[in-house]
Write a protein that binds this ligand. Structure first.
Ligand SMILES: *[C@@H]1O[C@H](CO)[C@@H](O)[C@H](O)[C@H]1NC(C)=O
Ligand SMILES: *[C@@H]1O[C@H](CO)[C@@H](O)[C@H](O)[C@H]1NC(C)=O
Length: 286
């Protein structure tokens, strides 16, 4: 076969397969403070180096693991704000996901490059964290445990908000199989059931001046809608965003250092459309 016709055949095939995969149609409307949307050309090893990763390659993970061993690129449709040029990624945890001496947790958390613990652009004015999640049936979470999937950790060690799933320790009556947004006082302000096979899109707006937080949500490729008012929340203390998995142990009051974690775990959750945008003048991408 003539090489040009082979090429056109290949590119036709690529177009056809791209057309079969639903792509997000959401458009980012506001200035991006930190971008965690993964270009389609990204390779796993790009997560290992500060020159190629959108995140800090050294944190927050088991020291024996590289991010290229933690991240996977799943098959399937992309999330709401991810068109053909972007792709989703999966964060996994294993028995080796022990950060420093924190033997109680299994964790792998991405921090945005440039998001410093103090004087970060991420804690100025109004900021909205966007993330879409989808479960991986091959790597289910164990919802008997408490998981934090995304949060903002203040420099003084309280989280301004937590995006969670599973069984919240001490708040078992909230139920296990939902995604939940908790405020700084660990009070649930909103939750929604986990869907088996659809993207679920979340945004949390943190107003660092007015001390409020507001939650937005949609399913699939639908535009986000506000699902709470801007509720009062203490957003003081600066700090950093984290996106990934923090799995707490069961059966202990010292969750950082002790408690029960089964061995042989292979768990993950799929992320897409991860970014922080500047909400000045009420801007929020839907
Ligand atoms: C896809 O998204 C990227 C990032 O937002 C944007 O720069 C690009 O223009 C979009 N491409 C198309 C074809 O819409
Ligand atoms: C899920 O976690 C509970 C509590 O730690 C444990 O008893 C159970 O064996 C775990 N299930 C699986 C499938 O690992």
């Amino acid at each position: 076969m003539h090489s040009t016709s082979l090429l056109s055949l290949l590119s036709a095939a690529a177009t056809a397969s791209a057309a079969c995969l639903p792509r997000g149609t959401g458009a980012v409307q506001c200035p991006i403070t930190f971008d965690g949307r993964i270009p389609a050309t990204t390779e796993l090893t790009d997560f290992d180096s500060s020159s190629t990763s959108l995140f800090n390659p050294d944190y927050v993970k088991g020291s024996s693991l590289k991010w290229s061993q933690i991240i996977q690129f799943p098959e399937g449709d992309t999330a709401h704000f991810d068109n053909d040029t972007l792709k989703s990624f999966e964060v996994t945890i294993s028995d080796d996901s022990i950060f420093q001496t924190q033997k109680g947790f299994r964790r792998a958390g991405l921090q945005f490059k440039g998001d410093t613990n103090t004087a970060s652009p991420g804690t100025t004015g109004i900021q909205t964290i966007h993330l879409s999640v989808k479960i991986d049936p091959a790597r289910p979470l164990n919802l008997s445990h408490e998981y934090i999937l995304a949060w903002h950790e203040s420099a003084d060690d309280a989280n301004q908000f937590n995006f969670q799933t599973g069984t919240i320790i001490g708040q078992e009556s909230l139920g296990a199989d939902t995604y939940k947004v908790l405020d700084r006082n660990n009070k649930q302000i909103w939750s929604t059931p986990i869907l088996e096979d659809s993207w679920q899109n979340f945004a949390v707006t943190l107003d660092f001046t007015a001390n409020t937080l507001q939650v937005y949500y949609s399913e699939g490729d639908a535009p986000l809608e506000s699902v709470t008012d801007a509720v009062s929340n203490n957003n003081a203390g600066e700090g950093q965003y984290q996106v990934g998995i923090l799995k707490k142990p069961t059966g202990t009051s010292d969750v950082v250092n002790s408690g029960y974690q089964e061995s042989g775990i292979d768990e993950g959750i799929i992320y897409g459309s991860v970014f922080i945008e500047n909400g000045a003048d009420g801007c929020v991408s839907l």
